[in-house]
Each structure stands twice: as structure tokens, then as C-alpha cells.
Write a protein that binds this ligand. Structure first.
Ligand code: NAP
Length: 282
């Protein structure tokens, strides 16, 4: 059924097929632009990742959520299932190979495959000079922010290929990729590298009909960015320098990800979309 839908996705009947109501593997009737698709979202028990997971599920997908801590996974699963959404959860520290394997196994066991991978988990363990960054901190930032998306995708790729086309990968970068923030040196570099990873993967996976795009958030009100949104002087400078009118919310990012996964975005790949209340590039 899903393969038929994927074939139809590339043909003129796609909207009729995608919008139809179908019975899910959990016995529910899914409806929406992403009906009966399966999404894996990393770092999705809070902030931007949780908002993305919720939106994809609201739009009809079965979503596998994950993060490092079991209580966070349990809380997020209970919250989203309480909203009537089709979600499963498992612990996955994205830089741990055994956790990646468990995430893949969870998606296959409970959802029967994977259509969308959203690599949202990211860390910045240090505020300080790039030249004062220790090798240990460099390794952590590059392992989690840059290498983990590529390694997790390598594991999921055979299963995404089995969908017969139409699978989608979304990487989550930052405006610091375009406009480096002082004292976020290695983090800035990791997020710039994700733009390159997006372009390279898009090229490599195009023959398999797998699209790869990048979400580039600005300052979004989450726990991760509290150092910035609680700093009045910084925020005043950001608003005046860039014409920003309000602080971003996680939901500002979620709709774009759902769109990029949808058939409406079927001719968009290798692209980076800024969600920041301003544009940091030409
Ligand atoms: P957040 O609110 O702090 O949430 C982070 C989520 O990721 C939590 O669910 C956390 O749960 C999980 N997580 C952290 N480290 C992980 C790891 N190693 N493996 C798996 N899961 C992990 O952060 P956020 O603001 O939503 O940020 C999400 C992404 O957006 C990051 O890639 C960040 O760089 C990017 N971003 C954010 C902003 C912003 O202003 N907020 C701006 C630009 C880019 P556990 O603690 O249970 O692991």
C-alpha cells in the first residue's frame, strides 16, 4: 500500500492518494498530507524537535521520537499520545552507535519502515573562544552535530530506499552557519558544515529519489537558547540590527519541516530554509 502511495506520489494521482484516509499499522485511521508515512526525529522530547514531531504526527505520520533520557522520552510519548497522535519513543543519544541501532529497530518493529529522517539533535557544550576549544569539546560537537546525522542516515538508508522513492531527510542547522555568533566558535563551524552535508547528500541521494534539505532556525525560544533570549542587551541588538519583530517559537520551525516532507516539496532538494524573522544571507 505504501509503495503504491510512493509510486503515486510521483504521478498525477498523488494528491488524491496522499489525502485519502487509510488504516494505520496501529489500527487507527490516519489522515493528512503525510498519512501513514513514518518519521524518525532525533532530539525530539523538547523544544524544536518536539514541535516537529507533534506537527508531523498531526499531519498524519507515525512518529518515532527519541532523546538521551528515558524520563524525557516517556513524558513526550505520553503527552503526544494523550493528544491522540501516533507516536513511539526510544532512548537515542545520537552519537552512540548502539542507540542509533535501537532507534532504527524501533522504527522497523513498530512502524514497518521509515520515510522521513529529521536530524534535530544538536549540542553546544562550550561558550568560549574557538582557539581555546579543547579536542574533547571539538569531538563532542562534531560527533553529535555533524557526524551523527550522516551515520544514522547510513543505517536508515536501506530501509528508506525500500519505500520506492519519495523519502526525505531534514538536517537542522542554525543561522550561526551564516552569521557566526561570538563565542560559539566550534558550534558555528559544525552548523556551517551541515549546509555542506545537505548539498552533498542531496546530490548523492537524488538518483534514489530521496530529497535532503536543511532547516536553519534563528533565535527560537527553547531551553537551548535561554542564554540568548534572557539577555536583554543581546536581544535588543538582534532586533535593531536585523529588523526582527518577535522571538521565534518551536512551532515556527515545525510547519516548514512538514512542508519539506510533503509532496508539495517534491521538487526541492539541497535547499536550506531560514526560519529566523529575518534573512542572514543574500
Ligand atoms: P532543546 O530545547 O534544548 O531540546 C533539545 C532536545 O534534544 C531535547 O529533547 C534533548 O533531550 C535532546 N538532545 C540533546 N542532546 C542530544 C543527543 N546527543 N542525542 C539525542 N538527543 C539529544 O533544543 P532546541 O533549541 O530545540 O534545539 C534543537 C536543534 O535546533 C539543535 O540542533 C540546535 O542546534 C538547533 N537550533 C536551535 C536554535 C534555538 O534558538 N533554539 C537556533 C538555531 C538552531 P535529552 O536531554 O533527553 O537528550
Amino acid at each position: 500500500m505504501l509503495q503504491a502511495a510512493a509510486r503515486a506520489h510521483r504521478g498525477p494521482l498523488r494528491s488524491r492518494v496522499w489525502l485519502s484516509v487509510r488504516k494505520s499499522s496501529r489500527g487507527r485511521h490516519q489522515q493528512g498530507t503525510l498519512a501513514n508515512k513514518v518519521a524518525v526525529v532525533t532530539g525530539s522530547t523538547d523544544g524544536i524537535g518536539l514541535a516537529i514531531a507533534r506537527r508531523l504526527a498531526q499531519d498524519g505520520a507515525h512518529v518515532v521520537i527519541s532523546s538521551r533520557k528515558q524520563p524525557h522520552v516517556d513524558r513526550a510519548v505520553a503527552t503526544l499520545q494523550g493528544e491522540g497522535l501516533s507516536v513511539r519513543g526510544t532512548v537515542c543519544h545520537v552519537a552512540k552507535a548502539e542507540d542509533q541501532e535501537r532507534l532504527v529497530a524501533t522504527a522497523l518493529e513498530h512502524c514497518g519502515g521509515v520515510d522521513f529522517l529529521v536530524c534535530n539533535a544538536g549540542v553546544n557544550p562550550l561558550v568560549g573562544s574557538i582557539l581555546g576549544t579543547s579536542e574533547q569539546v571539538w569531538n563532542k560537537i562534531l560527533d553529535v552535530n555533524l557526524k551523527a546525522p550522516a551515520l544514522l542516515l547510513s543505517q536508515l538508508l536501506p530501509h528508506m530506499e525500500k519505500r520506492g522513492g519519495g523519502a526525505v531527510v531534514i538536517l537542522v542547522s542554525s543561522i550561526s552557519a551564516y552569521k557566526p555568533f561570538t563565542e560559539l566558535g566550534a558550534y558555528n563551524v559544525s552548523k556551517t558544515a551541515l549546509l555542506g552535508l545537505t548539498k552533498t547528500l542531496a546530490l548523492e541521494l537524488a538518483p534514489k529519489d530521496i530529497r535532503v534539505n536543511c532547516l536553519v532556525p534563528g533565535i527560537i525560544k527553547t531551553d537551548f537558547s535561554k542564554i540568548y533570549h534572557k539577555d536583554e542587551a543581546f536581544w535588543k541588538h538582534m532586533k535593531e540590527a536585523n529588523g526582527i519583530q518577535r522571538m521565534g517559537q518551536p512551532e515556527d520551525c515545525a510547519g516548514i519541516v512538514s512542508f519539506l516532507c510533503s509532496p508539495d516539496a517534491s521538487y526541492i532538494t539541497g535547499e536550506s530554509i531560514v526560519v529566523a524573522g529575518f534573512s542572514p544571507r543574500l
